[in-house]
Ligand binder design. Sequence first.
Ligand SMILES: Cc1cc2nc3c(=O)[nH]c(=O)nc-3n(C[C@H](O)[C@H](O)[C@H](O)COP(=O)(O)OP(=O)(O)OC[C@H]3O[C@@H](n4cnc5c(N)ncnc54)[C@H](O)[C@@H]3O)c2cc1C
Length: 249
Amino acid sequence: MPAKIMDFEAPILDIKDYFDEGKLAVRVVKLGTAAAQGFEFKPGQFVMISVDAVKSINDPAKPKMSSMSICSAPHEKNFFELCMRIHEKPGPSVSRYIGEKAKKGDKVRVKGPFGVFSMVEGHETAILVSTGTGIAPMMSMLRHLLATGFKGKIVFFYGCRNKNDFLYGKELQESAAKSKNLDLQVIFSREPYNGRQGYVQSLLESYAFPSDLSKVHVYLCGNPVAVSEEKKALVGRGFADANLHEEKW
Ligand SMILES: Cc1cc2nc3c(=O)[nH]c(=O)nc-3n(C[C@H](O)[C@H](O)[C@H](O)COP(=O)(O)OP(=O)(O)OC[C@H]3O[C@@H](n4cnc5c(N)ncnc54)[C@H](O)[C@@H]3O)c2cc1C
């Protein structure tokens, strides 16, 4: 059954910032769900968020709504987490307002969950591929798989610019060290990391995938160009379209 769509005010419980070249690039916020008893979602879904101070360009009487994927997993109760890139252009931007002005205790309006990007049942290998803040739904999926004791193999591919941009780096490295079935494959485009440098698709072109791909499902998220290039690489490796699941923004 689809999760019930709820509309509520969520206080900011915690903030973690990532800076690049001295500027705030990405902000991760934990939002409380006390005002939304029974708030449920599937890993991969997103919410629409707004703040009173940022109005819609098309209808200035209304707040602007922005889509953000949920990074936390369903078993994590009383809060959920979002990871947002802070936009630099002038003009109304919910993420920039939250990046520049929001502090713990401030409230964000939330509506959701929405979306059909979620994991299928019955796969033996789950491959999660993302770039930049496209990591958001992948963190929800990974945290869910690890918490629910998924027995198959998980390969987590992540591409970003450099070490400052390596979102959830510490958690991912710790999870990979602890979980025998998790293989973490990270690449930076602007500096070497583990002896390599480039885009995530170069890893997909050479990775030793299982020979039977029928029960291997791949989840891709990131900007449209990156997702298209990654899909091209996977189709080239023999993946069927039906096993590739994507979210682009
Ligand atoms: C399903 C889904 C999930 C997503 N999940 C995430 C996520 O987890 N993390 C993440 O960082 N991003 C995510 N995104 C992308 C995010 O929703 C967009 O980048 C969104 O635009 C951010 O909204 P904003 O209000 O912060 O800034 P924007 O709307 O991107 O505003 C940036 C600038 O665009 C201009 N602008 C805004 N509105 C208009 C307009 N109507 N006309 C002309 N110019 C305008 C303004 O100059 C403004 O400063 C997701 C998108 C989708 C569809």
